[in-house]
Design a protein around this ligand. Structure first.
Ligand code: AHR
Length: 322
């Protein structure tokens, strides 16, 4: 081997090592303060975030807050101390974020809100929010019910999401507005089931007890599918047929609700995509590359699903593996 070949080999090696070092330096580290695992949708969102991070070679650190805002605030402070490139937060409730987000801003760490919004007067505290229009989701559910019921009187019971969370506030608002002009539709009971299956079932049991064994109830509107699945169980245990004796409409479009729809036990669901992290990663990559500013709101789609496609949707979603 000549000296020249040796030198060329050495310089190629140096280039490759240099490129490797640059690639390692370019690798983004993102901290994600996740709420917990209260629902099938939430578990799917966590899984999709990992899959999307892996696709892009991002080091994603997920902190599970077990439904507590104080844990989310601690996690955000930890991420700031670690000097991550960006922070994602799915805020469990809408209020109380200004101080910790101001700390992230002072540290020049961009924050992206995922799937829930916050109440703040200072929207410079976050780069963007990737969410659906949760008022619209409630409206889609309300409009479907109004159309399905027609002129008949209908007593509705409502299972609300976590108190103080943006989807619970907005899904209620959207639904209320959609049924406001239909005097025959009346919400007779409304209580939180905290977005969980167990509490959805418990609250539905108490509604059934208070409403003549469920016979006074015409429809259940649940702010998510998991509470609806709990309600389905309670209705069956009370000897009634969910989906037939009582109309069932909810939000999320998780595989289990498609299974319930294909078995005739649920009537409608409004989809919330679990892929909130994918668009958020893209925004951060562009922002880090050349300072590209995203819009303040990246809106994901909300689509109504009915039993006619339930079987195929169940199979398709099961196959996605999250
Ligand atoms: O913020 C989105 C909501 O949170 C989902 O609809 C619900 O299932 C989850 O817990």
């Amino acid at each position: 081997m000549t000296l020249r070949t040796l030198l060329a080999g050495a310089s190629l090696l140096a280039c490759l090592l240099g490129a490797g070092a640059a690639a390692a330096e370019d690798k983004l580290t993102i901290g994600f303060s996740q709420i917990g695992s209260e629902s099938g949708w939430r578990a799917a969102e966590t899984s999709v975030s990992k899959i999307e991070a892996e696709k892009r070679g991002i080091d994603l650190k997920i902190a599970d807050a077990q439904q507590k805002q104080e844990n989310q605030i601690k996690a955000i402070r930890n991420f700031i101390a670690q000097g991550v490139d960006a922070i994602f937060v799915a805020p469990v409730v809408a209020t109380g974020w200004d101080d910790v987000l101001a700390e992230a801003k002072d540290a020049e760490i961009p924050v992206v809100l995922l799937d829930r919004t916050i109440d703040t007067k200072d929207d410079s505290l976050y780069l963007t929010a990737v969410t659906s229009d949760t008022v619209h989701e409630g409206a889609v559910a309300g409009e479907w019910l109004a159309k399905t019921v027609g002129d008949k009187p209908c007593n509705i019971v409502e299972l609300q999401g976590t108190v103080g969370s943006s989807p619970a506030i907005n899904r209620k608002k959207g639904f209320d507005e959609a049924i406001a002009s239909h005097a025959n539709l009346k919400i007779i009971r409304s209580q939180t089931g905290d977005f969980t299956r167990t509490k959805g079932k418990e609250v539905m049991e108490s509604f059934i007890k208070a409403e003549n064994g469920g016979k006074n109830i015409c429809a259940v509107y649940a702010h998510n599918d998991d509470m609806q699945i709990g309600a389905i169980q309670a209705i069956k245990e009370a000897g009634l047929k969910p989906g037939t004796d009582i109309l069932m409409v909810s939000i999320d479009a998780v595989p289990d609700i498609f299974k319930a729809m294909s078995e005739g036990e649920a009537n409608a669901t409004v989809e919330l995509t679990p892929n909130m992290a994918g668009p958020a990663f893209d925004v951060i990559a562009a922002y880090k590359k050349d300072g590209t500013m995203p819009p303040k709101w990246i809106q994901t789609e909300s689509r109504l699903y009915l039993p006619d496609t339930a079987k195929e949707e169940y199979e398709r979603r099961k196959g996605l593996g999250y």
